[in-house]
Ligand binder design. Structure first.
Ligand code: F6P
Length: 322
């Protein structure tokens, strides 16, 4: 292994820069050349590369977003697109490639590796935390803290006005952000894809809380397929429950900002692990962290297997939110 590449793909996540920095420093320390591919798979298809040296990654560890930029590329998900990507990788003389991204990124990676035998190692970066094979994805902790700080602020105004608030957080297929920020923010209820709840049931549960003296309540809603579903839920709940309510959709606020300690450390650890994995001859897998240890998971499992919410944390949420 002489020359490797690195890219970020899918939704950006705070801590990706810490990972890029760690990979660059590790590669250089081991005598490898490393190049960045800009704008994820879209940039890869165009051969949009940039040499990475110590200067390129200096003073980036505290920055949110990704210095390499990112994209979602429908073209890469076609056979022709991946054939072009394999050719670009060959022409750029890359012996291996590190991909920082989420489920969609690793789906594409598994196809590229299967069709062209390209040497690829992934690192999980997604604020949704929905990648199987790692306890936490880069960016999740920062996003959960962002959602928590919003919930704390909303609680101030909710209790001052005796109101019911619906706070919508990100989470495409999963309720990780909702559960974590909900338990830490003392939310009354959760609406998450893992535990479907009708508006009638939700209203009944909220009524129970008001019966025992609560005057305000916070419901954390995972946005699901598209943002804004909380407005519908709030309208429906209004039919069952005559209580003044408001909706706050946090949206992309949760994707930005300086990474937390946890995300910087995780990004750094996994950046080192990804380069080491390539040097050890690994490919077709993602380097994650499971119970504090580095774990390598085949790409297919990362996006085909469903990562479950922690059952204990779910149980504790129900217990404490009453
Ligand atoms: O990064 C993951 C995610 O934030 C999902 O929760 C959300 O559904 C999606 O990205 C939004 O993507 P985009 O930035 O392309 O609108």
């Amino acid at each position: 292994m002489r020359r490797i590449g690195i890219l970020t793909s899918g939704g950006d996540a705070p801590g990706m820069n810490a990972c890029i920095r760690a990979a660059v420093r590790t590669a250089l320390a081991n005598g490898l050349e490393i190049v960045g591919i800009r704008r994820g798979y879209a940039g890869l298809l165009e051969g949009d590369t940039v040499p990475l040296d110590r200067t390129a990654i200096r003073n980036t560890i505290h920055l949110g977003g990704t210095i390499l930029e990112t994209s979602r590329s429908p073209e890469f998900m076609t056979r022709e697109g991946r054939a072009r990507a394999a050719e670009v990788i060959r022409q750029a003389g890359l012996d291996g490639l590190i991909l920082i991204g989420g489920e969609g990124t690793f789906h594409g990676a598994s196809l590229l590796a299967a069709e062209w035998g390209t040497t690829l190692v992934g690192v999980p970066g997604s604020i949704d935390n929905d990648v199987y094979g790692t306890d936490s994805c880069i960016g999740f902790d920062t996003a959960a803290n962002c959602a928590l700080s919003a919930i704390d602020r909303i609680r101030d105004t909710a209790r001052s006005h005796d109101r019911l608030f619906f706070v919508e957080v990100m989470g495409h297929h999963t309720g990780f952000l909702a559960l974590e920020s909900g338990i830490a923010g003392g939310a009354e209820e959760l609406v998450i894809p893992e535990e479907p709840l009708s508006s009638a049931e939700l209203s009944d549960r909220l009524k129970e809380g008001f019966k025992i003296g609560k005057k305000s309540a916070i419901v954390v809603v995972a946005e699901g397929k598209k943002p804004g579903k909380s407005f519908r839920i709030a309208d429906e709940v209004r039919k069952f429950l005559n209580y003044e309510s408001r909706v706050v959709v946090l949206g992309h606020l949760q994707r930005g900002g300086p990474p937390t300690v946890r995300d910087r450390v995780l990004g750094s650890v996994l950046g080192v692990a990804a380069v080491t994995a390539l040097q050890d001859g690994r490919s077709g897998c993602m380097a994650g962290e499971v119970k504090g240890e580095i774990a390598y998971t085949p790409f297919d499992d990362t996006w085909q297997k469903k990562k479950p919410l922690d059952a204990d944390v779910m149980r504790i949420f129900s217990l404490l939110s009453e």
